[in-house]
Design a protein around this ligand. Structure first.
Ligand code: TMP
Length: 216
């Protein structure tokens, strides 16, 4: 009997990423459920956070109140995201990959490259240098970018915006451009999915794209 295609996901490290309001979290849940139904062990993580230490860092990063008197410097912001990532890799990602589990991450260093890099102005070289310290050898096999325009994204967001979501239209346009630029520069490791459409159409395109990329 033929194996389900989801078997090719075993032992892989796959990141779901994209602008705020892209709908990636719904797709993330759908893929996890499909993989688990086919008998795979799935380690699901999210950033920033995903560990006890990381969730505390997340609270600082997303709280608009931390900027009541002074704006958070973008280098401080970048390193807090990386600190959360270092803990997540050590505590969850590395052990799961060691067991041969599928690791599904909701955001990873591709977010830092888009938000603090393209949108925030930190150089790619600086982000990768700090990233190497945080991540070690645990780089993702594939980054799926859920691409969405701002009008669609805005409709999907909770009206109570967090500190990052409050950064404004121009910042978020640069974030989107940053993801598309990463994908253009590294087509083997990135898959762009048009996330403007309905949930089921996006999921079908995601599964087709994953099968193609992982068997290339
Ligand atoms: P979330 O709401 O999808 O969990 O993500 C939290 C916010 O943090 C979101 O606006 C994206 C942003 N972010 C960065 O700016 N840099 C990063 O490295 C990560 C992981 C997230």
């Amino acid at each position: 009997m033929s194996q389900p295609w989801t078997r090719t996901l075993a032992g892989q490290f796959i990141v779901f990423d994209g602008p705020d309001g892209s709908g990636k979290s719904t797709q993330f849940r759908m893929l996890r459920e499909l993989a688990e139904a086919d008998g795979l062990e799935v380690c699901e993580v999210r950033e920033p956070g995903g560990t006890e230490v990381g969730e505390r860092i997340r609270a600082v990063l997303l709280d608009p109140e931390v900027e009541r008197e002074h704006a958070m410097d973008v280098r401080c912001e970048m390193m807090l995201y990386m600190a959360s990532r270092a803990q997540l890799v050590a505590e969850k990602v590395r052990p799961a990959l060691g067991r041969g589990a599928l690791v599904l991450a909701d955001r990873f260093i591709s977010s830092t490259l888009a938000y603090q890099g393209t949108a925030g102005g930190v150089s790619v070289a600086d982000i990768l240098r700090v990233g190497q310290v945080a991540i070690g050898e645990c780089w993702p096999r594939l980054v799926v970018v859920f691409d969405v325009d701002q009008a669609t994204a805005a409709k999907r967001l909770n009206p109570l915006l967090d500190r990052m979501e409050q950064k404004g239209v121009e910042y978020h346009a640069r974030v989107r451009a940053g993801y598309l630029e990463q994908a253009r520069e590294d087509p083997d490791r990135y898959l762009v999915v048009d996330a403007r459409r309905d949930v089921d159409t996006v999921f079908t395109e995601l599964c087709t794209g994953l099968q193609t990329k992982l068997t290339q």
